[in-house]
Design a protein around this ligand. Structure first.
Ligand code: GLC
Length: 493
């Protein structure tokens, strides 16, 4: 059919107007994004490196596909065995802490290969180990201080053994590094500092507290601490080969007695990290959220993420860090341990929102994983052995796929397969809203076919809709012996 010339002109004009509107909207968006960038720290550059978003995406591909990692919090605090923040919570000064625990610390049963094997069995693809936590004690043979593991009865470079073991096991190697340091004499007293707890315990507040903090900080010098800290980071990033993840923790931002990115010269930290370990992936606790590339992923801690997190309107890579029991360091008397079902659900839930899960183990002061941790790792191992296909390389399901009640979906973009995870096992029949898009379905754990019907049961006899149900899958009434059964679906092209 011939299109009339005036119609054509109108279309062209409309298209031009449309393009102009889109361009204006984009410019406005760019402006808002720029304003957002400058909100807290107008002086911060938007970009720190020359890396393009596509290059960054490629750098992070392995990590995104891995989806599941192990955190290990190990330090002197394993000895008091009541949380890695024990110094801060109880207000323990250097002298008391060191005189009690340093001479006794000896993780004589430590076996790095065993740690790596446990992670691997559980289906984890990378490990992140605390090289130094807020207590300031170094788990490697650093030249920057004697406050280190090689000066204890143990006498070995634990970080080196860990790195070698991860490599042997084919696991990604991650370093957690605390930028806070409660031991260093130049590190200024801030909110979480043990000496602050002391002052508060003494009942100081208001002006009196301010003066007392100022008096403590009079001899402390963050320039010197920063130099020390940068030297430590440089060592970790040059002496141990290729490092895959660097987890900097954390900036205690607050109006009073807080810190900011300036205290760490965080821009320099990022530049140094990118220069020395160009492949490494960095978390976001250096207080550089206003920059585009001062971080690679965000790390929501100890809560279940409900929607895929966004930054300046864009979905970002994320990893939730979680504990089995509430404490990161070994905590003997902690009783609030999560069960295997809750934990596997957490993993699936994270992937179903496009994120990773890093699950923590706090080894005992002898250097072993305690039985409660082993039991949970074993739960992951059993489940992952037959179900990892619904985790590795998977992400949030595309629009138009709604999860059935009590279930969560993941999706593998490359294979096009969709996975239904049955948190609450149904009574035989599973209504599935997108059943018309399914070509074939099977249980993932044993590859057995699952029959499905486009119309609800009884629909032949009567109008199915009056039963308030939809098409779906016919499952065995008895739940298979899998913690959370998974249905693997091939979708129609
Ligand atoms: C924190 C805590 C800590 C733990 C960590 C893990 O903010 O200070 O002890 O190491 O996050 O995410």
């Amino acid at each position: 059919m011939a299109v009339r010339p005036e119609r054509n002109r109108m279309n062209r004009n409309n298209a031009r107007k449309g393009m102009a509107a889109i361009a204006a909207a984009c410019a406005a968006l760019a402006l808002t994004a720029a304003a957002e960038h400058k909100r807290r720290y107008p002086e911060l550059p938007e970009k720190i490196t020359a890396e393009t978003p596509a290059q960054r995406d490629a750098r992070m591909a392995w990590w995104r596909d891995a989806r599941f990692g192990m955190f290990i919090h190990f330090g002197l605090y394993a000895a008091p065995a009541r949380h890695e923040w024990v110094r801060s919570v109880e207000g323990i000064d250097n002298e008391t802490y060191d005189s009690k625990y340093l001479p006794r610390f000896n993780p004589d049963l430590f076996d790095a290969d065993e740690w790596a094997a446990q992670a691997k069995r559980a289906g984890m693809k990378y490990i992140v180990l605390t090289t130094k936590h807020h207590e300031g004690f170094c788990m490697w043979d650093t030249k920057t201080t004697d406050y280190k593991i090689t000066k204890t009865a143990f006498g070995r470079d634990l970080v080196r053994e860990y790195v070698d073991a991860c490599r042997r096991a084919g696991l990604g190697v991650g370093f957690y590094f605390s930028i806070m340091d409660w031991h260093h004499p130049d590190y200024t007293v801030d909110n979480p500092h043990p000496l602050m707890t002391r002052l508060r315990k003494e009942g100081k507040k208001g002006k009196e507290l301010e003066d007392a903090v100022a008096a403590l900080n009079a001899t402390r010098n963050m320039d010197r601490y920063r130099e020390y800290m940068h030297a430590q980071i440089r060592e970790l990033l040059t002496e141990y080969g290729k490092i895959d993840i660097i987890w900097y923790d954390f900036t205690p931002v607050s109006e009073k007695f807080g810190k900011t990115y300036k205290d760490w010269d965080a821009v320099k930290v990022v530049k140094m990290t990118r220069e020395l370990q160009p492949g490494a992936i960095i978390n976001n606790r250096l207080d550089l959220m206003e920059t585009e590339d001062g971080w690679d992923f965000i790390c929501p801690e100890q809560f279940k993420v409900q929607i895929w997190p966004t930054v300046r309107g864009r979905r970002v890579p994320w990893e939730t860090c979680q504990t089995f029991s509430g404490s990161w360091g070994y905590s003997r008397d902690e009783t609030t341990w999560k069960g295997v079902h809750q934990l596997v659900e957490l993993l699936v839930h994270s992937v179903s929102k496009g994120g990773n899960l890093i699950m923590n183990v706090g080894p005992t002061a002898r250097g072993t994983f305690d039985d409660r941790a082993l039991e949970r790792l074993d739960g992951f191992a059993k489940w992952m052995k037959v179900n990892s296909r619904s985790i590795y390389g998977c992400t949030m399901a595309p629009d138009g796929f709604a999860a059935p009640d009590g279930a969560a979906l993941t999706w593998n973009e490359k294979t096009g397969r969709l996975y239904i995870h049955l948190f609450d096992y149904p009574m035989g029949y599973l209504p599935v809203a997108f059943i018309d898009k399914v070509e074939y379905a099977q249980f993932l754990h044993d590859g057995s076919e699952i029959k499905f019907r486009a119309k609800p049961p009884l629909a032949e006899a009567a109008d199915g809709e009056q039963f308030g149900v939809m098409g779906g899958m016919e499952l065995p009434v008895v739940k298979p012996a899998v913690e959370i059964p998974v249905i693997e679906c091939w979708l129609k092209q």
